[in-house]
Design a protein. Structure first.
Length: 241
């Protein structure tokens, strides 16, 4: 099931304005170029930022997401007709043959159910051509990122077209490793609306992810640092033999 922050149309519409700097996606664009990828599957594509960047480079892109509200935002963007959008989780994928599968930002960690995670890895493997690459990131549990998920550290005010000032912050609700649950709050000053959503992420140890990849037929090629968050995340590059 999609995180409620992406299922709610009001929150989905705020996703891009509240996080306009997507420099974290540059590394994925470079990997697509390095792989000479002609076809890409973006699992958990959200509002379509990466999918549209890749499609703009002439790549055949399939964007998959279980949150209809996020896909509605993506489909309304310029160039959206160049992307094949699919509503659902990995079990909803049709037969594909792609060069690269991506899961950016929180996508891998938002798949908290072990069975759904296994289904996702199987689907990624099936979608890749032999020699194709799966790339995704996940936070290093040892860095305890959740300790900064509080109002003081996350509070922000953003001017959003048509809405004015939107105030936002996060609050930690529960740490029961490997699961961490937090609440996001947005307050729209113009009309006083308060929008909240709860999210849960799964913090997998590096060795656990490596075992999962091997169990699903992947060959681990590299584990890199995330350029935008050095020392805080693992970026896995796993190839279908």
């Amino acid at each position: 099931m999609a995180d409620e922050s992406y299922r709610d149309p009001q929150l989905a519409a705020l996703y891009d304005p509240l996080d306009p700097d997507r420099g974290d996606l540059d590394a994925y664009v470079r990997i697509a170029a390095d792989e000479s990828a002609r076809a890409v599957l973006d699992i958990g594509c959200g509002t379509g930022v990466l999918a549209l960047r890749l499609a703009g480079r002439g790549i055949d892109v399939t964007g998959l997401d279980p949150a209809k509200a996020s896909l509605d935002v993506a489909r309304a963007k310029p160039g959206a007709d160049k992307v094949r959008w699919i509503h659902g989780d990995a079990s909803a994928l049709p037969p594909l043959r792609v060069d690269l599968v991506t899961m950016t930002a929180n996508v891998a960690q938002a798949i908290v159910d072990p069975a759904t995670w296994r289904t996702t890895l199987r689907a990624a493997f099936a979608a890749l051509r032999p020699g194709g690459l799966l790339v995704f990131e996940t936070r290093d549990p040892a860095r305890r990122a959740w300790e900064e998920w509080n109002r003081a550290a996350s509070y922000g005010e953003t001017e959003v077209a048509g809405l004015g000032t939107v105030t936002s912050w996060y609050e930690l609700l529960d740490v029961s490793l490997p699961l961490v649950t937090f609440r996001g709050t947005c307050v729209i000053a113009a009309d006083g609306r308060v929008l909240t959503s709860e999210s849960t992420l799964r913090f997998r140890e590096r060795a656990e992810v490596e075992r999962d990849l091997a169990a699903h037929g992947f060959t681990l090629e590299d584990v890199r640092d995330a350029p935008d968050r050095p020392g805080k995340e693992f970026v896995f590059l796993a190839r279908r033999p």
